[in-house]
Design a protein around this ligand. Sequence first.
Ligand SMILES: *Cc1c(COP(=O)(O)O)cnc(C)c1O
Length: 223
Amino acid sequence: MLRENFKRIRAEIGQAAEKVQRSPDEVTLVAVTKAASAGQVKEAFEQGIRVFGANRVQEEAPKIAQVPGARWHFIGHLQTNKVRHVLPVYEMVQTLDRLSLASEMQRRAEKLDLKLKVLLQVNISGEKSKFGLAPWELGDFLQEIKTFNCLEPLGLMTMAPFTADPGEARPYFKKLRLLRDEHARPDRMLPHLSMGMSGDYTVAVEEGATIVRIGGALFGSDR
Ligand SMILES: *Cc1c(COP(=O)(O)O)cnc(C)c1O
């Protein structure tokens, strides 16, 4: 089943990219493992999926152990005291949303002498239930983390409100892209837009997503 799901998702990403004259190679599928078993994660790796997304540190550790060679992105709300578990296991944290977290990441990364790729999570919809910087906070925040030389800000991440109609997510994705365009600088291009999940990834690709985070549509929600 996973095999067919992967094939279908890849085809749909391809079609969505083609529709707007983008190359499907610009889009990375991050397989979100929160509802997947360690066995399913292993199977996904065997099918060729290389990048995985986790939103909890301890719970996902056994799955990470199953797939040596896989790349992991942290996509959940990250507590500052968990940063030490994230480094150096994860190559990217997609959910940087506050200065205290950035400081701790910088401190840990410096100690380990490594660079951590980060995306800035933005709360585009403004829903109270969602984490992330407000769009108008982004400029100052980017300025504030500039001195953190172990952090590599590579773009923005958002979650659209949950709706039955994926088309309703489009304005939020568009806003994230425009926000990125507004803040991109020659020395800080912010190339990545992580947006789109199982219900709306084709719309996200049409709006410029370079990373889609997909759980249910890949692993099946009935486990
Ligand atoms: C769970 C989750 C996803 C994947 O959601 P699906 O609807 O299962 O594809 C993507 N991003 C984040 C931040 C998540 O927590």
